[in-house]
Design a protein around this ligand. Structure first.
Ligand SMILES: [Zn+2]
Length: 446
């Protein structure tokens, strides 16, 4: 076994590459840079020089008309390895990430077995090292088996290389357990991610509680079940001093709570998902299980609150909650189907459609939420184009219109509500450590 790398450098085995990118729109939200220019990558690092390389073996990419951004980071994905290889593996999830423009992903720990100890983390990191074409960072569970009862060995998980802890998919209901977890997390300045769901208030709920749940006769999962835990987390963060990141916000009220907490300098951060800003509960009229996710699609008012939260930076992260499920699992009655949809291969296009075309954000603002913001929260040495930085890059064609075809996905799963959608922008090259790992033209061919 090759020795495991440090958490921030998951791919030491790959030899760093050199590249010259000519004439692109270079956007580096970390430094505020936004200009047309050339970028030189030497041995896997961004070079200070922008002169064309003298070495004729260095590949040149004509980037005219393309955005040259730091490699996109998705800090919320489910890769299903170990234990769910029919839905996704670390290798297939990484390919889906690359094809969506992502150079780094953060894998949630609700695998089988759950990643609640250093051995599972070592297994996942080894698999990532050997099979993944992008950087795969790991999270560990907050509690043993994600049961919410007994703390996982947070110190050992940290030593094993996790960059955050979470029971995502589950939510620690016991506030005393959560408080102790946060005390440990603070000792290592480890970010705690929380899936915010009060189980009593949401019991049995399969969709948003409102007009449509009444019409469709399906049990509701009300906003208050999310808001209650977001409020709990704000209070616990203030008490313990630990950093808490509230995952996949869906409720407008939760956005208000986070905004107010940030004004008091509480160490709270938040993320929004493509489906929550692109869709509402009205889509569930056909009982299509590709519209079933947790937290559920909500109403227009919530969508507007999420967009306002993204615009004023209350919500500093965009991510997918990529949750692959096999078609036989989703082809059942709505109430019985598992929650979740795939997202890695459509999210950039959805974000461009809703946020850029919708004039909520401009490209630098949007890219900040996909690069430097997640890098800072997770303390990754990525997410910037500063000279000397690791050359993880994403090239984006902001005018490349395309139609989503789930049959073309590199993910092993097809559960998307966005099949057939027309999207306005697409990644064209995904570059990790100075190597093109995927391009729209050549696929994974290089
Ligand atoms: Zn979740």
């Amino acid at each position: 076994m090759t020795p495991l790398p440090s958490p921030s450098s998951p791919l030491p085995a790959r030899s760093p590459g050199s590249l010259f990118l000519r004439g692109g729109r270079i956007i580096d939200p970390a430094s505020g840079r936004d200009e047309i220019g050339d970028l030189l990558v030497l041995d896997g690092r961004i070079s200070e020089s922008t002169a064309a390389p003298t070495d004729s073996t260095v590949p040149v990419i004509e980037a005219k008309g393309l955005i040259v951004a730091p490699g996109l980071i998705d800090m919320h994905v489910h890769l299903r390895e170990p234990g769910g290889a029919q839905k996704e593996t670390i290798a297939s999830g990484a390919r889906a990430a690359a094809a969506g423009g992502f150079t780094s992903v953060l894998a949630m720990p609700n695998t089988n077995p759950p990643a609640d100890g250093p051995n599972t983390i070592a297994l996942m990191r080894q698999s990532a090292l050997e099979t993944a074409c992008v950087n795969v960072f790991t999270t560990g569970c907050i509690t043993v088996g994600m049961k919410g009862e007994q703390l996982a060995p947070i110190g050992s998980l940290y030593k094993a290389g996790v960059v955050a802890i979470t029971d995502d998919g589950h939510c620690v209901q016991n506030n005393e357990v959560m408080r102790r977890a946060l005390d440990y997390a603070r000792m290592f300045d480890l970010l705690t991610l929380d899936h915010c769901q009060d189980y009593n208030l949401s019991a049995g709920g399969v969709m948003h509680e409102g007009h449509w749940s009444t019409v469709l006769g399906l049990p509701g999962w009300p906003r208050i079940a999310e808001d209650m835990i977001v409020a709990r987390n704000i209070l616990l963060s203030e008490l313990t001093g630990a950093r808490i990141h509230v995952q996949h916000l869906s409720s407008g009220e939760s956005v208000r709570l986070v905004r107010e907490a940030k004004k008091r300098n509480v160490k709270i951060s938040a993320e929004a998902m493509p489906h929550h800003i692109a869709l509402t509960d009205e889509s569930i009229q056909g009982y299509n299980t590709h519209f079933k996710m947790n937290p559920p699609l909500r109403e227009r008012v919530d969508q507007e609150a999420l967009l306002a939260g993204l615009a004023d930076d209350t919500i500093e992260i965009l991510a997918s909650d990529h949750a692959p499920h096999a078609s036989y699992e989703k082809e059942v009655e709505f109430a019985e189907a598992p929650f979740g949809i795939v997202g890695l291969e459509t999210e950039l296009g959805i974000f461009a459609k809703i946020l850029i075309e919708g004039r909520v954000l401009d490209w630098p603002q949007m890219l900040a939420k996909l690069t430097i913001n997640p890098a800072r929260l997770l303390k990754l040495d990525r997410g910037t184009l500063a000279p000397g930085a690791i050359a993880d890059l994403t090239l984006i064609d902001p005018k490349r219109a395309w139609k989503v075809d789930a049959a073309q996905f590199h993910s092993l799963s097809r559960n998307t509500p966005f099949h057939g959608w027309d999207l306005p922008a697409r990644a064209t090259h995904t570059i990790v450590d100075g190597n093109v790992v995927w391009s729209l033209e050549k696929g994974f061919g290089e």
